[in-house]
Design a protein around this ligand. Sequence first.
Ligand code: GDD
Ligand code: MG
Length: 355
Amino acid sequence: MKAVILVGGEGTRLRPLTHGMPKSMVPVLNRPFLEHTLAHLRQHGVDEVILAVGYLPQVIQAHFGAGEGTGVRLRYALEPRPLGTAGAVKRAAAHLDRTFAVLNGDIFSDLDLGAMLSFHQSRQAQATIALTRVEDPSAFGVVETGPGGRVQRFIEKPHREEATTNWINAGVYILEPEALAQAPPDTHYMFERGLFPLLLEQGEPVYGYPFSGYWVDMGTPQKYLQLNCDLLQGQAQSFLVPWEGNEVRLGKGVVVPPGAELRGPCLIGDGCKLERGVRIWGPAVLGPGCHLGPEAMVEATVLWEGVTAGRGASLTRCVVGSHTQVQAQARLHDCALAGKPAAGGRSVTAAATPP
Ligand code: GDD
Ligand code: MG
């Protein structure tokens, strides 16, 4: 089966982390998020993927090329301007001549796509929407279903009191080419506010496929941090970076100095430099080339590449963007921060935003 992944959004909710980086390239266990998605799709029988790119496409293309090393063949559908979720897929319509899958590019799940395809075929559906249950559905597309899972109503981002169910659109669809044919070409058009409501209005067979496994939209710093921690703590599994137990996994050239305290699960990237008295309490991820000064402390935190933390700095439940310098003795918790080294080599603590 072919799949289209929507990776054209700007990832505004992940700022300041994503300045200059598409959301699909943010590191999860030190590998670009999209690599995890491709590994998941390959495991479920997808052999060709079309990436619907728009924002910073060159960053994605330079990394993935034609898919060498990913196990899937990659093509790109580039939008001259954002065309919306359905508009973006419509651009790839020439390559979609049989049943295909569409995925939001910020979803991590253990959804069994093969089982969903069987469900779709058994219902002879035009469109099948994967459904997951959440506490507060108001930030999502709420999907009301009836007998046999037939969708009755799709309401994108309803007010809390408008939401009649906790089952929401999980951002994974299986579609027939005839369904996509209804989307107008070269027009900004959304599945959520356009095509799904249209198909329902026309009485087309649209079904919801509920699943109860792991699911997260990692599009906010808090959810992004949660995903990394869940993968290290066994709540979620990646085919790309398998993880078991409370391992302390050290990259190349990492030396643990005497007196340092490393509690798993933690993943320390290549070339990280740890000074005496450092404490790393998992779940924690350090990107390659990080430098923790003497007595620095990191707990339940993800540091991207090249982060420096000065003597005695402490970071708890934080996400820190690439090459950020955290001042000595800084006490940071529950924040996402990113910053560039200041001129003259002085240390800066970048503006922090709560996740
Ligand atoms: N190519 C392209 N072009 N991609 C786009 C565009 C576009 O114009 N607009 C959004 N995307 C991509 C984003 O990059 C992201 O991967 C995906 O489409 C979904 O966009 P989000 O901005 O993350 O949407 P959301 O999280 O608020 O809501 C969507 O996902 C929820 C599940 O997490 C909706 O599909 C909801 O109905 C759903 O419940
Ligand atoms: Mg999202």
